[in-house]
Design a protein around this ligand. Sequence first.
Ligand SMILES: *Cc1c(COP(=O)(O)O)cnc(C)c1O
Length: 341
Amino acid sequence: MEKKNLDWSNLGFGYHPTEYRYVANWKDGAWSEGELTTDATVTMTECAGVLQYSQSCFEGLKAYTTEKGQIVVFRPDLNASRMADSCRRLEMPVYPEDKFVEAVKAVVRANAAYVPPYGSGATLYLRPFMFGSGPVIGVSPAPEYQFRIFATPVGPYFKGGAKPLTIRVSDFDRAAPNGTGHIKAGLNYAMSLHAIVDAHNQGFNENMYLDPKTRTKVEETGGANFLFVTKDGKVVTPKSPSILPSITRRSLMVVAKEYLGLEVEEREVYFDEVKDFAECGLCGTAAVISPVGKIVDHGKEICFPSGMDEMGPVTKKLYDALTGIQMGRIEAPEGWIQVIE
Ligand SMILES: *Cc1c(COP(=O)(O)O)cnc(C)c1O
């Protein structure tokens, strides 16, 4: 297989269509036989559930080339089960988890020419998603759905090193206490766009959302979970029923405990204690961990001792260990790395 001639290291994080995508349709209570197609467009009724009432959810994961030259995907079974949870909460049909994983692999295999080479820092980003494609006008779940996965090559997240971010405590809320914060629904992002555009206009990279009920506890940002490191080297992540369960964060907690021998805690984190932490990072598939250097709460600054030039030492160790596992330089826990044959 000949690789596409792309400038891998200079790709951004944008949509760069590849040859094949996977499509399956749900109608009359059953999924069609899914298939690969070269058609990158979707045609549907103007009255589709997704267009009227935002009935949609998505996933994000990456395929990449390991040190040994194998093309792999990282824990796609967790994306499958998380999407199943999203679908159940949104009254959408579940796409069978084993078929989801097979479909991910089929898309990667068909687009192998777009999987960036080892060492480029680039990856093939996979976007599984589902939406209500059948007509609804009275509020109800759509009668038909489409499940789709496309692939797009994306560049290294950090070009020239990871610069710590400056984030602000947001006055907007991300997720209601018994709402949809724990699932990967498009609607969670639609209503966060104003907050992120406003944050950028004010010179911040991201929003820190607090729990909307008491506004005393840390939840997450618009698209990444928090990890904190205490001054005595413990790794702490906030626990809340309205946080999206990041696969990266869950993997990092295992790496911290099992590979680095660190103490780990998933618990409620009060905003009041954030000033006492030594390091802070944001975790998600795109960047693995983005270091946070500063948090601004209505003019009051919290500056982490790790500073604004580089990742904190524990954050760096976590980053190196997880990316080492992903790239095949460090042995992975059973089942984390699935090879595309
Ligand atoms: C996708 C997402 C994350 C990160 O999850 P990963 O599985 O690590 O990519 C975190 N927060 C929100 C709100 C998300 O949508």
